[in-house]
Design a protein around this ligand. Structure first.
Ligand code: GDP
Length: 353
């Protein structure tokens, strides 16, 4: 990876390991290299390339994951030398997003990002495949396998973009309805693995299945939340944030990320037992700022207190320290949400009892 400073470098490498483990890869070895500038053909130096090649052969490695976005030709050159599957950080994150995508929009966004990433990387191998000949009837005159593949991908990209426009239109309608009914909207944000989904499920477990079915058809990640005084809100789970989210992915998921800006209130979940908790919290705050959502009233939920081994000093106010797995803590959280809401109620068009 390109190094900003040693600490950032260390934590993005640790994050890459955690991401790899999310897709159930066994991480056997971690290689790093300090260089003044990247090698134009291999990204890393040729000596390091050889060292890794030997390791791959000896340890019988299935896949190498690079912590940077490689150019199409660097990626081709490396996998030719190593004779192994090679993916970079962006592809790994796309894989995780593909696993986790729950909404139709999310699934389409991931597929679109994957195809757009793949398209320029199809070069090269195509010449060999087309030499294999054949393909009678399936291709136009003189068209190579590569060209056919590219055409299919481009067509699929056009289709997905059209479907996405439809989905966005529907969602806008849903948003409008929500506003017209002046539903109060709470969004859960946080770093990947902080416990957002757990908290979301626990907080909404009492709302009846019927109610949830109704919401599920409109938007699978939104449910009803009842607060102690009887005040009702809609609560949504959002995508997880990641430290070094590649810029191409920020663009691809912007519309999902931007939903946060519609929220009346934000619950920011932080895994306080994580060594890098403060850094993760800061990353999420930076993204909220970038989305212009940093003015929205919020409550920081320091989660996983049961795993905490030393004293913890909250970075933000207002905040609560709890475990999403503890039902008593959840009652306290609902009360705390209501207390914070009351402080801000003039801002809202609704009466909070
Ligand atoms: P998300 O990526 O932010 O949605 O995180 P998840 O809700 O999927 O949680 C990530 C992991 O942390 C899961 O294995 C949860 O069971 C676990 N988890 C969530 N909250 C707590 C907690 O309060 N205590 C403990 N020990 N584990 C938790």
């Amino acid at each position: 990876t390109q190094i900003e400073d040693d600490r950032t470098f260390h934590s993005t490498m640790e994050e890459l390991r955690a991401l790899a483990e999310t897709v159930e890869a066994d991480v056997i070895e971690v290689f790093t290299q300090k260089r003044e500038k990247v090698h134009s053909s291999y990204y890393i130096g040729t000596g390091k390339t050889d060292e890794i090649k030997h390791f791959i052969e000896e340890a019988d490695i299935d896949i190498v994951i690079m912590n940077s976005e490689l150019t199409p030709s660097q990626s081709r050159n490396l996998s030719n030398v190593w004779e192994t599957k090679l993916i970079d950080r962006t592809q790994l994150i796309l894989d995780i997003f593909a696993m986790r995508a729950q909404t139709k929009e999310g699934k389409l966004q991931v597929e679109l990002a994957q195809l757009e990433y793949m398209l320029p990387r199809l070069q090269g191998i195509g010449t060999e495949l087309s030499r294999l000949g054949g393909g009678i009837g399936t291709r136009g005159p003189g068209e190579t396998k590569l060209e056919t593949d590219r055409r299919h991908i481009r067509n699929r990209i056009t289709d997905i973009k059209q479907s996405l426009q439809q989905v966005v239109k529907h969602r806008n309608q849903y948003r409008e309805n929500r506003k017209r009914r002046s539903a109060f909207q709470i969004s859960i944000v946080g770093y990947t693995n902080a416990g957002k989904s757990t908290l979301f499920n626990q907080l909404t477990s009492e709302s009846s299945l019927e109610e949830n079915k109704l919401f599920a058809t409109l938007d699978p990640l939104t449910r009803k939340l009842s607060l102690p005084s009887g005040f009702h809100a809609l609560i949504s789970d959002t995508v997880g944030f990641i430290q070094k989210l590649p810029t191409t992915l920020i663009a691809a998921f912007r519309s999902t990320l931007e939903e946060v800006t519609e929220a009346d209130f934000i619950l920011h979940v932080v895994d306080c037992s994580d060594e890098d908790a403060t850094q993760h919290e800061q990353t999420v705050n930076d993204i909220l700022k970038e989305l212009h959502a940093d003015h929205i009233p919020s409550l920081t939920v320091y989660n996983k207190v049961d795993l905490l081994e030393k004293e913890f000093f909250p970075f933000s106010k207002p905040s609560v320290l709890l475990s999403a797995l503890n039902s008593q803590d959840l009652d306290l959280l609902k009360q705390k949400i209501e207390d914070v809401l009351k402080e801000h109620w003039e801002k809202y068009n609704v009466m909070i009892p």
